[in-house]
Design a protein around this ligand. Structure first.
Ligand code: NDP
Ligand code: 8X3
Length: 250
């Protein structure tokens, strides 16, 4: 039977590229995000390849998240694969200068939003004793870099939650893993720097990962045989050795 994947943050970057890759591979899709117009455009483009349903909600909103899952039509009710991708960095400031609103946004979206959608989806997986959850972590979840403080904390939390989920859902045969990219050229820096042109410098002078690179890896992860669970994958562009260590030709 064709599997259904729910992707959060499917309106741009890694989530959007994953929607295209999964559609190409014939998976049914539930695509989530706040920007409805983009969801509609992507749905229109992908419906030629597969069945697509869109859910338009803010992952910070607990009720909206549960209502969205509840609202799924019969054909999309069974979620086999959950890609917890929605997230972003907000600001890049030393801890003593950071904005509390930015901190709230990162914790509310990257950590609590991920928990809300997982809480809404996991019961059907435990009931069926099958399912696959992939959380998008980050190299920032493995190490802390200057001014990364709260974003890094949110991604460390994602990796801790991934490990916790894998242990607790192990008796149900549910696969849980994380994919943790380094620098990927998406709307990430535009959001982090709130439209400041400084964002354009982040990916200058080297070849960053493309969203498609991570999408292809995600399809590899979800297409392994039932006995294989890829628990943790750290992926850098070749030019990057760790956070802040990037070979730039400028
Ligand atoms: P983008 O900014 O391109 O995409 C972020 C996605 O998250 C958008 O689709 C956005 O949709 C969604 N999103 C953000 N806030 C909310 C919200 N409150 N409710 C629902 N959806 C939300 O960035 P990326 O593709 O790069 O980021 C995807 C994930 O990858 C994030 O978790 C990020 O931390 C992680 N990552 C990114 C890296 C990079 O270098 N780019 C490296 C490592 C990890 P909308 O605005 O429509 O709601
Ligand atoms: C995104 C990668 O290095 O900008 O998670 O934090 S980084």
């Amino acid at each position: 039977m064709t599997k259904t994947a729910l992707i959060t943050g499917a309106t741009s970057g890694i989530g959007e590229a994953t929607a295209y890759e999964f559609a190409k591979q014939g998976l049914n899709l539930i695509l989530c995000g706040r920007r409805l117009e983009r969801l509609n455009t992507i749905q229109k483009a992908l419906e030629r390849l597969t069945n697509v349903h869109v859910l338009n909600f803010d992952i910070r909103d607990k009720k909206a998240t549960f209502d969205a899952i509840e609202s799924l039509p019969q054909k999309f009710k069974q979620i086999d694969i959950l890609i917890n991708n929605a997230g972003n960095a907000h600001g890049l400031d030393p801890i003593n200068e950071g904005s509390i609103d930015d901190w709230d946004a990162m914790m509310d979206i990257n950590v609590k939003g991920l928990l809300y959608i997982s809480k809404a989806v996991i019961p059907q997986m435990t009931e069926r004793k099958s399912g696959h959850i992939i959380n998008i972590g980050s190299s920032a979840g493995k190490e802390v870099y200057a001014k990364g403080n709260v974003y890094c904390a949110s991604k460390h939390a994602v990796l801790a939650i991934t490990e916790g989920m894998r242990i607790d859902l192990n008796p149900y045969g549910i696969k849980v893993g994380a994919v943790s990219p380094g620098l990927v050229e998406t709307e990430f820096s535009k959001v982090r720097f709130k439209g400041d042109p400084i964002a354009d410098n982040v990916y200058k002078g080297f070849k960053a990962l493309e969203a498609k690179d991570i999408a292809e890896i995600l399809y590899f992860v979800v297409s392994r045989p039932p006995h294989v669970n890829i628990a943790d994958l750290l992926v850098f562009p070749t030019a990057q050795a760790k956070s802040g260590v990037v070979k730039k030709d400028l």
